[in-house]
Write a protein that binds this ligand. Structure first.
Ligand code: SF4
Length: 334
């Protein structure tokens, strides 16, 4: 089925609903896809006996299943469009993850990126949105004399070659076998994450705009490091900490929060555990703490910290703050 410029296999959704005789479905989609979901609802309701409700809340990833809403509503199935599953995430109700692929020019973007690649062994990484075109990306590289290498991620990763903003294990698994990484996808967060996690050169190819970035990624990495060390320095005199724990199923890290709590208390700090669904700057205004530590999606800290009035750190940055290490480590979820 095609909705807007996105394609996915509608028959898998219909088959799943019919097979189990599901009567109520909660449909979830990322922001860019939400405006097309009426077509999906109509198709399901016409071709099965199920009634469909649409979740209007933001949907950031496969980590973000509206478990509480689904349980309160008593739905039989959650269908999440736009993401691959997180294999090691255990969920208390049936969820069907339906990846969608956008009309994009992945092969062309790889061709454009070639002149910026370093060496011959190229680690190829991408996101769920473009993963179906991975064989074509690999083939373009081979035809041009490169040796493409595709990594295997840990149990949080569904497909070879796939990276998540919170998990770069696919890139890390091949880091010592490649000269450089080629990331095919949009935005700067993933290539920046690969650069931070592997310390290898990263070329980022956008399959929509055909923009290719390399030195920019390196520059961003330097800028980000400056900002993060600035935030850590700003937290040196903090006495009271709020450790934020997300209730999103794939972001909840209570164990990490408890470990941090102990470390900070041992260092003489006062600690409060703050439970949140969305982590936003109002937390810094509402609670009288000197520093917040987010154990949720690492992107919140790296993308949003400047919007907070007080330092917002990742768990790995607390280790630097407490002088347990002086090496910056990207915060990741397993
Ligand atoms: S934790 Fe963040 S980066 Fe990871 S899947 Fe969820 S939204 Fe994406």
């Amino acid at each position: 089925m095609k909705i807007g410029s996105y394609n996915f296999n509608m028959s898998l959704i219909l088959d799943e609903i019919k097979k189990h005789g599901y009567k109520t479905v909660l449909l979830q989609a990322p922001e860019g896809v939400k405006k097309y979901v009426f077509q999906v609802v109509d198709e399901i309701e016409t071709k099965t006996k199920a009634k469909v409700m649409i979740s209007t809340d933001p949907c950031y990833g496969a980590c973000d299943i509206p478990v509480h809403a689904a349980k309160q509503l008593g739905v039989d199935l959650v269908v999440q469009l736009g993401h691959l599953p997180i294999p090691n995430l255990k969920l208390p109700l049936p969820v069907l993850f339906m990846n969608i692929v956008a009309d994009a020019r992945e092969e062309e973007s790889v061709k454009k990126a070639i002149e910026k690649l370093e060496g011959t062994k190229i680690g190829v990484v991408t996101t769920a949105q473009h993963i179906e075109k991975l064989p074509q990306m690999v083939s373009v590289l081979k035809k041009n004399g490169f040796i493409p290498v595709v990594g295997k991620g840990d149990n949080r990763i569904a497909r070879d070659g796939q990276v998540l903003g919170c998990n770069m294990s696919t890139a890390q698994s091949i880091s010592d076998k490649v000269d450089c990484f080629l990331f095919v996808g949009t935005g700067r967060f993933h290539p920046l994450g690969i650069a931070l996690a592997t310390s290898k050169p990263v070329v980022s190819a956008n399959p929509f705009t055909l923009e290719v970035l390399k030195s920019e990624i390196n520059e961003e990495k330097k800028k980000l490091m400056k900002k993060r060390y600035g935030a850590i320095a700003a937290a040196y005199n903090a006495k009271t900490f709020g450790i934020v724990v997300s209730v999103k199923p794939g972001q909840m890290r209570m164990k990490t929060a408890r470990v941090l709590e102990k470390k900070l208390e041992n260092a003489g700090k006062k600690v409060y555990i703050l439970i949140a669904d969305d982590i936003n700057p109002s937390l810094a205004k509402t609670f009288d703490v000197d520093c917040l530590v987010s154990t949720a999606c690492p992107r919140v800290v790296l993308d949003e910290a400047e919007r907070f009035e007080i330092p917002l750190l990742t768990p790995t940055e607390v280790d630097i703050l407490l002088e347990e290490t002086n090496k910056y480590k990207l915060d990741t979820l397993q």
